[in-house]
Design a protein around this ligand. Structure first.
Ligand SMILES: [Zn+2]
Length: 303
């Protein structure tokens, strides 16, 4: 019995602080019911906690409080890490599913209807679930040039029915208007409204390569940061800052590769860039929480 009592007395502080696991708690409670000596020790411990002056009392339980707090923080970090990672994955999948697939021009893709009061209405084929329009004003010919495109997405095809898309373009009849359909596949834009004054070419809407310089910039930043870290490895504050900065370019590059792979061309640069930045931010915080979790794990396994 003596051995068991010693064991119980070792655990009693944890038990009194309500920090023992359920099994341990049951084991201790059961023992306390039968063993007067340990029960007395437990009661003494509780009384002592009540009557010891606050200062001493606080000093006594600070380590326990710290352990408790560390456990809480660790649990919180695990939850955050999982939640952030899940958000990142959802955003990546959402980005891929909603990336626009542009329609090449065909006769039944769209209809242009003149509005007597001014302007046109463009009605699209049922397959079309989205469109966008860019307007530039050509000062030389004093013509407003619109370039529109139409697309659908995997998401829209499978999961949502947006109904027939119509586009209303109001304008007065004093300005010359040209409306082109941009095919967004490298082939020539098609004139769908207005007269072509330059008669030569309709022009080709080219994809933007904007994602490439950003990716290279991130790569360059990473190289610079790694070199700085090697050079300043003896300066602790500098290293701490660099370690916080290094995940930035890494997450940006990872976000690009997760959402678009090695495809750096885009016809919807704003959309793509927003998604990449969002995923990059999520990956950055996932990396930070993951890192501190990993560190905490190393610490506990070291004892
Ligand atoms: Zn006992």
């Amino acid at each position: 019995m003596i051995d068991r009592c010693n064991l119980i007395k070792d655990i009693l502080p944890l038990y009194a602080e309500d920090m023992a696991s359920t099994d341990t708690r049951e084991f201790v409670s059961e023992h306390l019911e039968h063993c007067a000596e340990c029960r007395a020790e437990f009661e003494r411990m509780q009384k002592a906690a009540k009557f010891i002056p606050d200062a001493v009392h606080d000093a006594d339980i600070v380590p326990l409080k710290r352990v408790k707090r560390d456990l809480f923080i660790k649990r919180l970090q695990t939850i955050c890490f999982t939640a952030i990672l899940a958000c990142a994955i959802v955003t990546i999948i959402f980005g891929i599913l909603t990336s626009p697939e542009f329609f090449p021009y065909s006769d039944n893709l769209l209809n242009v209807i003149d509005v007597p009061d001014g302007g046109v209405i463009i009605t699209f084929d049922r397959e079309v679930t989205g469109y966008s329009c860019n307007q530039v004003f050509d000062n030389e010919t004093e013509t407003a040039i619109y370039r529109i495109n139409a697309w659908t997405t995997t998401w829209d095809l499978r999961l949502s029915d947006r109904g027939k898309q119509n586009m209303v373009m109001p304008f007065d009849h004093e300005t010359e208007i040209q409306i082109f359909y941009a095919q967004n596949d490298g082939s020539e834009d098609v004139l769908i409204y207005g007269a072509n004054q330059n008669t030569e070419e309709n022009g080709v809407t080219l994809p933007r390569l904007i994602l490439m310089p950003y990716f290279l910039l991130a790569f360059l930043a990473l190289v610079v940061l790694v070199i700085l870290r090697l050079l300043l490895r003896n300066k602790q504050t500098a290293v701490a800052w660099i370690d916080r900065a290094i995940p930035f370019p890494i997450s940006y590059m990872a976000a690009q590769l997760c959402t678009k792979g090695f495809n750096f061309t885009t016809y919807s640069s704003q959309r793509d860039f927003c998604i990449i930045i969002l995923v990059a931010m999520l990956l950055y915080f996932a990396m930070l929480t993951g890192k501190s979790l990993y560190k905490a794990k190393l610490n506990t396994s070291r004892g």
